[in-house]
Ligand binder design. Structure first.
Ligand code: NAD
Ligand code: GLY
Length: 371
C-alpha cells in the first residue's frame, strides 16, 4: 500500500436532519479534528474487539486525548453479536454514568459496528455514535445506512433498529492488517453494487479485481468510494427499506440462510453473500432474465476473488428453504427475492417460479467442484 497522503473523499448520506458524511482516506484515525466535529460531549466510549484493540485503540484514544475516553473490548466473532454482549456495553455506559449527549465510537468490522450502533440506538432511547469501519465489508456496507442489529439463534440480525451514525470515518490504511480471507469477503459486497445498480462499476471490477486483491491504494479507494456512493444514493431514497433499499440484499436471502444454518461459524458473511449472489443469478437465468454469459462473468469474478460458489456441506435444499422462510423480506408468508434482470439491474420480486427456486437450491447443493 502507498504511504503518501492523498485527498480525503467525502460523500454525504442525504437524510434531512439525519444527514451525515462518509470520509474515505489514509491515516484518518489520527485526524482529531475530523472526529471532534461529530462529538458533542466530553464522554466518549470506544467499542472494539480483542483483535482490533491492540492494533488501533491507542491511536483513537491518543487522537481524542482531551476528552474522557472509555473503551470496551468485546470478544471477536459473529457468534458474539448477541443481546447478552450488547448488554455488557449498556452496563458499562451505566457504570460510567454516560449521559444522553455522550457518543459511542464503533472501531471495527461489521460485527462491532452493528452491535455498537444498536447499543447507541437503545441507550437512553438513542445516543450518538460514529462508525470507524476497519474491514472492507464494513467500509462499503455495514457502516453506512444506519442498520444496527444483533443476531438471534433463530435468525440473523433479527433484533435491531434503524439508527444513523453521526459520521463514518473509513481509514483505508487500517486495511493493511486485514487478512486475505476477510479482504476477499469484503470484495463480495463491492461486487454486489456492480450487480445491483452499476454495470460500469461491475466492468471496472472485472478489470481491476486483481489490483484490489493486491491492496493497491488507488484501486481500493476508488472501489470503496464508488460502493459508498451507490449505497448512499439508495439509502437516501429509502432509509427504512420500504422499497428500493431491499435491492442491497442481493444474495442475502440465500446468504443469511447459509450463515444461520452454520450457526454463524465457518463461513464469513461476505462468503455467504458471494454464493447467495451466484444463486440469485442462477435463479434469474432459469427465468430467462439474464444470460449464461452473465452467469459466467459473475462466476469468474467470484472465482478470481476466491469466494465460495456452492453451498456448504450439510445444507440441502430442504433445510435452505426452511431457513430462508424467516427472511425479513417475507411479506404475508411470501418470500421476496432480489433477482437480476441483467448485470446492473436488480429487482425485488415475489414473481418467481418456486419450482425453479427448488432447482437452484438443488443445483447448488449438488455442485461439488468450483467450476
Ligand atoms: P467482522 O466484524 O467479524 O470482522 C472480520 C474479522 O476481521 C474479525 O475477526 C475482526 O476482528 C477482524 N478485523 C477487523 N478489522 C481488522 C483490521 N483492520 N485488521 C485486522 N483484523 C481486523 O466482519 P465484517 O465482515 O466486517 O462484518 C460482518 C458483519 O456485518 C455481519 O454481522 C453482518 O451481518 C454485518 N453487516 C451489516 C450490514 C448493515 O447494513 N448493518 C451490512 C452488511 C453486513
Ligand atoms: N446491507 C443492506 C442494507 O444496508 O440495507
Amino acid at each position: 500500500m502507498q504511504s503518501s497522503e492523498p485527498e480525503v473523499k467525502k460523500i454525504i448520506v442525504k437524510l434531512g436532519k439525519r444527514s451525515y458524511p462518509i470520509f474515505i482516506g489514509n491515516n484518518l484515525l489520527n485526524n482529531a479534528g475530523l472526529f471532534k466535529n461529530y462529538i458533542n460531549s466530553k464522554q466518549v466510549m470506544v467499542v472494539t474487539n480483542e483483535t482490533i484493540a491492540p492494533l488501533y485503540l491507542d491511536r483513537i484514544i491518543h487522537c481524542l486525548s482531551d476528552l474522557v475516553v472509555e473503551s470496551i473490548i468485546l470478544p471477536d466473532g459473529e457468534e458474539y453479536k448477541t443481546l447478552e454482549i450488547m448488554n455488557t456495553i449498556i452496563t458499562k455506559l451505566l457504570q460510567q454514568r454516560f449521559s444522553r449527549n455522550s457518543c459511542l465510537i464503533a472501531l471495527g468490522g461489521g460485527v462491532v459496528g452493528d452491535i455498537t450502533g444498536f447499543a447507541a440506538a437503545c441507550y437512553q432511547r438513542g445516543i450518538d455514535y460514529i462508525q470507524v469501519p476497519t474491514t472492507v465489508l464494513a467500509q462499503v456496507d455495514s457502516s453506512v445506512g444506519g442498520k444496527t442489529a444483533v443476531n438471534h439463534i433463530l435468525g440473523k440480525n433479527m433484533i435491531g433498529a434503524f439508527h444513523q451514525p453521526r459520521a463514518v470515518i473509513a481509514d483505508i490504511s487500517v486495511l493493511a492488517t486485514l487478512d486475505n480471507r476477510e479482504l476477499r469477503a469484503g470484495l463480495a459486497e463491492v461486487i454486489k453494487y456492480g450487480l445491483i445498480h452499476d454495470k460500469k462499476f461491475f466492468t471496472w471490477l472485472e478489470q481491476n479485481i486483481v489490483r484490489l486483491l493486491n491492496r493497491e491504494y488507488d484501486a481500493l479507494c476508488f472501489a470503496i468510494d464508488c460502493s459508498c456512493r451507490n449505497k448512499a444514493e439508495i439509502v437516501a431514497k429509502d432509509e427504512k427499506e420500504s422499497g428500493i433499499r431491499a435491492l442491497l440484499n442481493l444474495g442475502h436471502t440465500f446468504g443469511h440462510a447459509i450463515e444461520t444454518g452454520l450457526c454463524y461459524r465457518d463461513w464469513l458473511h461476505g462468503e455467504a453473500v458471494a454464493t447467495g449472489m451466484l444463486m440469485s443469478a442462477d435463479l434469474s437465468c432459469r427465468h430467462g432474465w439474464i444470460t449464461d454469459d452473465d452467469i459466467a462473468r459473475i462466476r469468474k469474478i467470484l472465482n478470481t476473488a476466491e469466494l465460495p460458489v456452492k453451498l456448504p456441506q450439510g445444507l440441502n435444499s430442504e433445510r435452505m428453504l426452511e431457513l430462508m422462510s424467516v427472511d425479513k423480506k417475507t411479506r404475508n408468508g411470501i418470500l421476496n427475492l432480489v433477482l437480476l434482470k441483467g448485470i446492473g439491474n436488480a429487482i425485488v420480486t415475489d414473481q418467481y417460479d418456486s419450482e425453479k427456486l427448488l432447482e437452484t437450491l438443488m443445483h447448488f447443493s449438488a455442485v461439488q467442484e468450483v467450476a
